[in-house]
Design a protein around this ligand. Structure first.
Ligand code: ADP
Length: 651
């Protein structure tokens, strides 16, 4: 039999629509019927088709197998090599999205209806259609098919599929995406219910869905299933039955990605919460450690001032030095937890950079000398003398970098270079470089040293430090919009760089800052005065009492164990100053100060100095909110305490 014949039904393109010809596959063994299709299509201006004609189903299937595209397929259901409904099934099995219109004889019209239920787009009864009807059927089916294709595309993107259960035919018809989601190979769109009755079948779960929907009319639920690849997939399923219909409509959505993302988000939140709790824990532990540290350092200071032989003095100095190192570690831990909580504020006050560097040289040269290494500083001409910024933080970064350079250098030299790389008139971008000839850092750890608790392991060397200094320095630099980085070569030395923006300052700024409005108080050592010490910690009571009595021989100190006791004493006795711990049982320092300021107006001029191991008190001048005049951060040097007392005690 003849194979492929190609006809253009309307070569002039004379249709209602200016469009290119549609590709039509005609599968018809009867030459007269095939000719009739051609003639009728020439008659209508509804569509212009290029027809490829095949006489047998086998030939048509072979052609489809090549992947060639057809806008529509017109197919006789009784062909020499395939008869009836089976013909359509074979076509749709190969290409489930094919736009098929079936041609039936008058006597088997019912076949046409069945074909539509099985996925055909339309049916025409041979001899009963004219050109207009054929043109319309083809055009509508093409439009419908392209709408369906767009819908399927949308379903694919949204990972939503749908299916329908026909109770009368006991089968389901489903969209492409339904098959993709359930992991079932899509051989045909319609499946008989019996085909998935085995519990191992990927669609077995549908039985429960159908039963529940039939019972309640409407369900909306989430399921987790093992897909055919053995992976867990999460599905959202909506299914409903209209009251007077024999169809079920189901919608299935693959929500695995969003579920996994939700799970990740949850895990992330839990991790963040754990990290917050860790920071809080560290903050409170370091606070708890500062309180006894105050007693240790205070006692060491007191004993150092007594009659001691040189051996005793040396032992005591070692205790004091070790305590100071321990205090440095505690402070670092506290600083890291503050940084992680993001609660840091930077100063923008004028200061003299050269003074700061001179101080650094004084302290660090001494340390370098102890190790017999050189230490020098070079400042480029263009570096301004007076700048505005956070002096304390700059100091801390420099102490850390120079301290490390000296610590990790056993011979040679440590140098600090400062230059201005800024271009602006007003501002300065200062670049600091700390260079050493020390042990160096392996290249692959140059980034890691800026992480918390990272210390590079070197054979023959014990770990020195906590590994927090550089992480704090990096946070300080980054949060002030600067840059920090390092270069190093093992055995030859390291270079640590950082750059920070500063505003240039003028001498007027500087003078106004250096001349506080408060008058300087001159203190006469011999004048008697009284002080109320509010402190619950016994050793710290002793340290404060002894330290004060040493400096002020005429001082009368009364001790209150807590805020409540202090208020009772203040009702009847007069004092020149109150020195108040913040964390106390019964009534804490903040509450007590507020009470004095609000409820005891006659004491409005009584100076209250807070003593605390909690660094937060200095933030934003918190202590002022509670009516306190100033604060001392424990552990403090005796001189700091004396200075504040002289400043505030009006005697
Ligand atoms: P630490 O307080 O322990 O010194 P840092 O965060 O300041 O912690 O430094 C982390 C680690 O980086 C150090 O333990 C050390 O291994 C390495 N490191 C830092 N600076 C230098 C340097 N100049 N030379 C060699 N190693 C260094």
């Amino acid at each position: 039999m003849a194979s492929s014949i190609i006809h253009d039904t309307n070569p002039s393109g004379n249709t209602l629509f200016a469009e290119s010809a549609k590709d039509l596959l005609l599968i018809e063994d009867n030459p007269a019927d095939a000719r009739m299709v051609e003639i009728l299509l020439q008659e209508t201006d509804l569509i212009n088709c290029k027809i490829v004609h095949k006489l047998l189903l086998k030939e048509a299937l072979e052609l489809l197998e090549t992947g060639i595209h057809f806008d529509a397929v017109l197919c006789d259901l009784s062909l020499p090599d395939s008869r009836g409904f089976e013909t359509l099934e074979k076509l749709l099995t190969r290409r489930p999205n094919l736009n098929v219109i079936v041609l039936t004889g008058y006597s088997d019209k019912y076949l046409g209806l069945k074909a539509i239920q099985a996925g055909a787009q339309d049916f025409l009864v041979k001899g009963a259609y004219d050109g207009e009807m054929l043109g319309k059927a083809l055009r509508y089916s093409i439009e419908r098919r392209s709408a369906l294709d767009r819908l399927e595309e949308t379903q694919r993107l949204a990972r939503i599929g749908n299916w329908e259960l026909s109770l009368s035919h006991n089968n389901i018809t489903a969209s492409e995406e339904f098959f993709r989601i359930t992991g079932l190979k899509q051989e045909k769109r319609t499946l008989q219910i019996d085909e998935f009755k085995s519990p191992e079948h990927p669609l077995f779960f549908l039985h429960h869905i159908h039963d529940e929907t039939l019972a309640s009319g409407n369900i909306n639920k989430e399921l987790s299933l093992l897909n055919t690849k053995g992976e867990i997939c999460h599905l959202s399923i909506k299914c409903r039955k209209e009251p007077n219909s024999e169809i079920l409509y189901g919608i299935i959505q693959d929500i695995t990605e969003s579920k996994n993302a939700e799970e990740l988000r949850h895990q992330h939140e839990v991790a963040q919460q754990a990290s917050r709790m860790k920071e809080q824990f560290l903050a409170s532990v370091s606070h708890e450690m500062r309180t006894p540290m105050n007693a240790i350092l205070g006692m060491s200071n007191l004993v150092l001032e007594t009659e001691l032989d040189s051996e005793q003095k040396n032992y005591l100095k070692s205790i004091k030095q070790s305590s100071e190192i321990l205090l440095g570690i505690v402070n670092d831990i506290l600083e890291v937890s503050t940084l992680k909580n993001g609660s840091i504020e930077f100063d923008k006050k004028p200061f003299n950079l050269h003074d700061l560097l001179a101080n650094l040289i004084n302290v660090m040269s001494y340390k370098a000398m102890e190790k017999s290494i050189e230490f020098d500083l070079s400042i480029e001409q263009n570096v301004p003398l007076l700048i505005k910024g956070d002096k304390l933080r700059l100091n801390q970064i420099l102490y850390n970098l120079v301290g490390n350079a000296i610590k990790f250098t056993d011979s040679g030299k440590v140098s600090l270079y400062v230059r201005n790389i800024g271009k602006k008139e007003q501002g300065a971008m200062l670049e600091f470089m700390v260079e050493d000839t020390g042990i160096g850092i392996p290249k692959d750890q140059l980034e890691a040293v800026f992480e918390s608790f990272t210390r590079v392991r070197h054979k023959d060397r014990l770990f020195e430090g906590t590994g927090l200094g550089l992480s704090i320095a990096r946070s300080f630099v980054l949060q002030q919009e600067g840059r920090i980085w390092a270069e190093s070569e093992i055995g030859r030395g390291s270079r640590f760089y950082f750059s920070l923006p500063f505003e240039q300052s003028c001498s007027e700024d500087f003078e106004s800052q250096n001349h506080p409005s408060e008058p300087v108080v001159h203190f006469d050592n011999s004048v008697p005065f009284s002080l109320l010490l509010v402190e619950d910690h016994k050793l710290n009571q002793l340290v404060a009492r002894k330290t004060l009595e040493k400096q002020f021989p005429n001082i009368a100190i009364k001790v209150a164990e807590n805020g409540k006791e202090a208020i009772d004493i203040l009702q009847t006795e007069k004092f020149s100053l109150v020195l108040m711990d913040l964390q106390m049982p019964v009534m804490d320092g903040e509450e007590t100060a507020l009470y004095i300021r609000n409820e005891m107006p006659h004491l409005k001029d009584l100076p209250i100095l807070a003593m605390t191991a909690h660094a937060h008190i200095s933030k934003g001048e918190q202590y002022k909110k509670f009516g306190m005049n100033d604060f001392l951060l424990k552990p403090f040097e005796p001189q700091q305490l004396y200075d504040k007392i002289i400043k505030y005690a009006k005697i």
